[in-house]
Design a protein around this ligand. Structure first.
Ligand code: NAI
Length: 469
């Protein structure tokens, strides 16, 4: 069977399905193809389910820690099966919702694995094994990424686990090793540490979350120490053997090359993700990914082959759902012929859903230093903020980084609800606002958002609720 479309989007994740909706709204005859459930990794086995488990385990921990506020909760327990079932209910509902949105926008959906078969042609293998040929005037590759597997740690999904496995465990492990102190390792490591698992994070670099400024990560490190979440930094994972009574004994190497052993029940490997560009038939259209597997695109998401576009994780870092969605909108505008449609990466927020949360927009101080950019900072500690103390969450700070004229270059927040607070910073960067603009904006009192106001006041040299800023 052969069908013909103006645009075919390969991949129904937050990049592909958003692109599909926009194309439908622009009146383009569009097909979205996905081998699995709509919503992609983010909605089904990534951002959304992990946030459900993060929220559930934070609720558990808050209940346990309530005595200081005079809340005495007894017999609090975790029912992991119920937590997983609740999480699955959320992802199923959202995935069905994506299907409804596409349908309402007159976008066709085909379940199957698509492979390019020369210019403007795709072969789709459906779940029943049958194939369908699709012709397309334009193709958008939105195929996402998969977890990187490191030598000696082939995922067996029993003992050596990927992030997807961690979201559907049947039992809470007694001891868990997390290889990779990045975003996934810390978010999911914390989930299990809050449920009582002894978690050890093995990180090859000198510190966890090496992509953020060290001072931003410090409040998190301090809280992890209290939680009992251990780090083995400057340690490389070399391999593992089955433990005498099950589980795994990891062979690690410390910074001096000395062997270190670590016995655990389960191992999560979270050392980054690889773009899904292999097996897509790219060679049939003359498209060559780079050495790491990314498909190069310009600001309009065009690949080197006319009529083929790429968005989301497969099109390069940062591998973030909201970057993919924005690219999905932009590419739809480009295909619909909107003049000036182009991707702007300056205001893409970066969020880590740990406790405390980390959220940033713009470069780190280290990156600015490296680039030789002159900047000023204004900072405010949550420990001096009334609303943070009333939430028993006084760790961390908000920092506004400006150029010499006060234009906002970056905002760094580590603290309660940083993931929500960063939205104001994103708007500020998008609108080229100054610290004075934020300082002049009346923020409701008492709120956590006042941390940004106070940081802005400090950045303009007019601090209110702090000394010697
Ligand atoms: P990551 O790139 O954040 O961190 C990987 C860490 O593993 C790094 O610290 C690295 O130094 C370390 N590492 C690499 N090889 C190692 C080895 N052999 N032994 C020990 N440590 C090693 O990667 P992660 O956490 O897997 O996340 C993948 C992607 O998913 C990221 O690009 C992130 O943007 C995205 N993501 C975003 C989330 C968010 O926005 N909240 C949540 C989860 C994932």
């Amino acid at each position: 069977m052969t069908a013909s479309y103006e645009v075919v989007v390969v991949g129904g994740g937050p990049g592909g399905y958003v692109c599909g909706i926009r194309l439908g709204q622009f009146g383009k005859k569009t097909l979205v193809i996905d081998a699995s459930k709509l919503g992609g990794v983010c909605l089904n086995v990534g951002c959304i389910p992990s946030k459900a488990m993060i929220h559930a385990t934070k609720t558990y921990k808050k209940a346990k820690d309530g005595a200081v506020m005079g809340v005495i909760a007894k017999d609090i327990a975790v029912d992991l099966k119920q937590m997983v079932a609740w999480k699955d209910g959320i992802t199923n509902k959202l995935s069905a919702g994506v299907g409804q949105l596409l349908k309402a926008n007159k976008v066709d959906v085909l379940q199957g694995k698509a492979v390019l078969d020369g210019p403007g042609r795709l072969i789709v293998t459906k779940p029943d094994g049958s194939t369908e040929t699709i012709l397309a005037q334009a193709i958008v590759l939105a195929t996402g990424s998969t977890p990187i597997q490191i030598p000696g740690f082939t995922f067996d999904h029993q003992t050596i686990l990927d992030s997807t496995d961690m979201l559907s465990l049947r039992e809470i492990p007694g001891k868990l090793a997390v290889i990779g102190g990045g975003v996934i390792g810390l978010e999911l490591g914390e989930v299990y540490a809050r449920m009582g698992t002894q978690v050890t994070v093995v990180e090859a670099m000198e510190r966890v979350l090496p992509f953020f400024d060290a001072d931003v990560v410090r409040p998190l490190q301090q809280k992890h120490a209290k939680l009992g979440l251990k780090y083995l930094v400057s340690h490389k994972a070399k391999g593992w053997q089955a433990g005498a009574t099950g589980g795994a004994v990891l062979q690690l190497e410390d910074s001096k090359g000395q062997p270190v052993e670590l016995a655990v029940d389960k191992v999560l490997v979270a050392v980054g993700r690889r773009p899904t560009s292999a097996g897509l038939g790219l060679e049939t259209v003359g498209l060559q990914p780079d050495a790491r597997g990314f498909i190069s695109v310009d600001k309009q998401l065009r690949t080197s082959v006319p009529g083929i576009f790429a968005i989301g994780d497969v099109a390069g870092a940062p591998m973030l759902a909201h970057k993919a969605s924005r690219e999905g909108e932009v590419v739809a505008e480009v295909i619909a012929g909107h003049k000036g449609a182009a991707m702007d990466v300056a205001c893409i927020p970066n969020v880590v859903y740990t406790d405390p949360e980390i959220a940033t927009v713009g470069p780190t101080l280290a990156e600015l230093d490296k680039a030789g950019v002159k900047y000023k900072t204004g900072k405010f500690n949550f420990g001096a903020l009334g609303r943070a103390l009333t939430a028993n969450a006084g760790e961390g700070f908000a920092r506004i980084v400006t150029d010499e004229k006060g234009g906002i270059l970056a905002v760094h927040i580590v603290g309660p609800e940083a993931s929500e607070l960063i939205a104001e910073a994103g708007l500020a960067v998008e609108m080229a606002a100054t610290a004075e603009d934020i300082a002049l904006t009346v923020h409701a009192h008492p709120t956590l958002a006042e941390a940004l106001l106070e940081a802005a006041l400090a950045a303009t040299g007019q601090p209110l609720h702090q000394l010697n800023s």
